[in-house]
Structure formats: structure tokens, C-alpha cells
Design a protein around this ligand. Structure first.
Ligand SMILES: Nc1nc2c(ncn2[C@@H]2O[C@H](COP(=O)(O)OP(=O)(O)OP(=O)(O)O)[C@@H](O)[C@H]2O)c(=O)[nH]1
Ligand SMILES: [Mg+2]
Length: 337
């Protein structure tokens, strides 16, 4: 793929846009044409349209902003004669994937110290830029003394912000490990996911989610030594599992040194984030069908020596899959309690 080109199926997980809520319409100062009265008849301006964000299940929803970097809501229209108020500008709703955090700052301000809004649920709607209020027309300034006021208000400007949308998926379980250890294969086996599988490293270029009853499982691209310095695909995908409750760490039975593999990934995790490295973790020895039972036992014992419990698993071993599902079921019941 050419640098800078984005494949159609890629998830956009970090994108900046400008939002401009509509300005309020000006109030009008006008008078009744009837000679007898000369009373004020200027209507008020309409309110500017506001901009909201709303959570949807479509993880690729941020793609709409790839080419549309500035979103503007309608202005309120000016007040009219004969006590007629200007129409309000229409509100805009931007649909963003659940798990999106919107960070707001003033346009051109160097710091992102503004508001931060998180979308946690489908249908959750939050205001990000409020439309300006319409100005009052002169009719509203009339009083016993000022029967023919020339006064009117201008509409207020709508709020403008620079918004950075960051998608942090809300998965319950994060699959980690070196490339080619069978993470995607297992995700596909257990859930309805269609994560690409192949016998070479870095098959998975984007995080994939699978749903197992109430659990969301996230399969992320493989990590390698030096990932935290940008080697391989780097560690930027780790943020997709920052908020998972538990990590499933896969080490391939085909490896010559499973403990070293395990430690390599742990080192990368630790240099990325302490919070992530402190999450509970289950270790699995994947592709357990590829070696002899006695070799698997040896590997399990090696893990015991470093005080870790490792469970063998293979996508062609029904018993191990059943056990894997039981582990997931247990997580579901913990989630419910
Ligand atoms: N024999 C055997 N092969 C497996 C098993 N699980 C996966 N494989 C094979 O291992 C290879 C890698 O599988 P993937 O699921 O793509 O591995 P991955 O960990 O997602 O790899 P990356 O996306 O590159 O990080 C594929 O050729 C799979 O068919 C297993 O349980 N047994
Ligand atoms: Mg994969």
C-alpha cells in the first residue's frame, strides 16, 4: 500500500475536525407601517444550529471525517417584519463509534486542555458545540416609555471548536502475543469475527472485534521486540485494549523458546503502559496440536517455574476450545455480578 493511502476497510481511530455551530440570527428593528401606530414589529433572530455527537455500533463511522474536515451547522435566520421570528438553524448530529472520546479545544489554541466527552453507549448523545442565540427584535424592547424602540440585538456567534476524536474500543478481553501465534484464528473460531488469518507475521493490520455472548473480544496486531520503539506495527494498537478487564496472552507451541516470547511481549507492554501491564492475564500455549503432548507439558512446567499458569489451546482440539469457552463464561458471570 502506498504511504498515505488508506484502504477502504481500515478503521479510523484518531482524527481531527473543526466544528462550527450556527450563529444566531440578528433581531430586526422595524415598525408598523400603519400611520396610526408606528409600533415596533421586528421579530427576533433564530438560534444557530448546535452540533451533537451520538454513539453508534459501526466502528468505521469516523471514516466520514476523512475528507470532510469542517462541519458547520446552519445559522439562525434574521428576524422578520410583522413580529415574525427568523427560523432556527438545523441541529447536526455526528455519528461516532461507541468508545470514542472527543477532546475539544479552541481553534488555534496550542493546548488540548478543553472539554473531553466520552461516548460509552449506543444512542448516547452529547452536545459539542452550541449554536448562538438569536438576537431580540425591537418588538421585545417596547415598553410604556419606549413605544417605538429602535433597539435590537445581534445574534450571538455559535461555538467553534477543534475536535479530536479518539476511538478507544470497549473490549472486555484483549488478545495479545507475537505475530502468527493464532490470535485471529481463535477469535474467528469462537466468535462471528472474520479476522484475516494467514501463516505469516502481521496478517492482522487493524484491531478486530468479536462478540461472544456479552463479551467483546479484541484481537490486535502482533507485537514484536522493539514494538514500543515503532518496530513492526508498533504499539499504537495497544490503546484499543487499554480498557479491557483482562488480557489473553498467546504463546505459540511452535516456538523454540515460549518463555522468551512471553517475556518479549511483556516488556513491550510494560514500556507502553503500567496500567496495561498490571491487568490480569491468562496465558495460553496456542497451536498445541503442532507438538507432542510431552512437549506441551514441558512448556507448562517452564511457565510454572516463573510462577505462571499456562493453558494449552488449539483450534482443532474441541476439548481445549470447550475449556476456553468456560473461561469466557466465567468472565461473563463475573461481569454480571
Ligand atoms: N495447527 C494449528 N495452526 C493454527 C492454529 N491457530 C492458528 N493456526 C495457523 O497459524 C497461522 C497464523 O494464524 P493467525 O490467526 O493469522 O495468527 P495471528 O496471531 O493472528 O497473527 P498476526 O495477525 O500476524 O499477529 C495460520 O496459518 C493459522 O492457520 C492452531 O490451533 N493449530
Ligand atoms: Mg492476526
Amino acid at each position: 500500500m502506498l504511504p498515505g493511502k488508506i484502504a477502504n476497510n481500515m478503521i479510523i481511530d484518531d482524527i481531527k475536525i473543526i466544528v462550527k455551530a450556527g450563529n444566531g440570527g440578528d433581531g430586526l428593528a422595524t415598525f408598523s407601517k400603519t400611520k396610526m401606530t408606528l409600533g415596533p414589529t421586528g421579530g427576533s433572530g433564530g438560534n444557530g444550529g448546535s452540533i451533537y455527537i451520538e454513539g453508534v455500533s459501526d466502528l468505521s463511522a469516523l471514516r466520514q471525517f476523512r475528507f470532510k474536515k469542517e462541519i458547520k451547522a446552519e445559522n439562525g435566520q434574521g428576524g422578520r417584519a410583522q413580529l415574525s421570528d427568523g427560523p432556527d438553524g438545523k441541529n447536526l448530529i455526528l455519528y461516532v463509534p461507541v468508545g470514542t472520546i472527543a477532546n475539544l479545544k479552541q481553534i488555534n489554541s496550542p493546548i488540548w486542555a478543553g472539554r473531553s466527552i466520552e461516548i460509552k453507549k449506543i444512542g448516547q448523545r452529547e452536545l459539542i458545540a452550541k449554536g448562538g442565540k438569536g438576537g431580540k427584535g425591537n418588538y421585545l424592547f417596547r415598553s410604556a416609555i419606549y413605544t417605538s424602540p429602535k433597539k435590537y440585538e445581534e445574534g450571538k456567534p455559535g461555538e467553534n471548536f477543534e475536535v479530536r476524536f479518539e476511538l478507544k474500543m470497549i473490549a472486555d478481553v484483549g488478545f495479545i502475543g507475537l505475530p502468527n501465534v493464532g490470535k485471529s484464528s481463535l477469535l474467528n473460531e469462537i466468535t462471528n469475527a472474520k479476522s484475516k488469518v494467514a501463516n505469516y507475521p502481521f496478517t492482522t493490520l487493524e484491531p478486530n472485534l468479536g462478540v461472544y455472548f456479552e463479551l467483546i473480544l479484541a484481537d490486535i496486531p502482533g507485537l514484536i521486540e522493539g514494538a514500543s520503539e515503532g518496530k513492526g506495527l508498533g504499539t499504537k494498537f495497544l490503546r484499543h485494549i487499554e480498557r479491557t478487564k483482562i488480557l489473553f496472552h498467546f504463546v505459540s507451541a511452535e516456538s523454540k523458546n515460549p518463555i522468551a516470547d512471553y517475556k518479549t511481549v511483556r516488556t513491550e507492554l510494560e514500556s507502553y503502559s503500567t496500567a496495561l501491564s498490571e491487568k490480569p492475564e491468562h496465558i495460553f500455549i496456542s497451536k498445541s496440536d503442532t507438538v507432542l503432548k510431552t512437549d506441551i507439558e514441558k512448556m507448562v512446567n517452564e511457565f510454572k517455574k516463573i510462577k505462571k499458569e499456562a493453558t494449552p489451546i488449539s483450534i482443532i482440539d474441541e476439548a481445549s476450545l470447550k475449556e476456553f469457552k468456560q473461561t469466557l463464561n466465567k468472565l461473563i458471570s463475573e461481569k454480571q455480578s
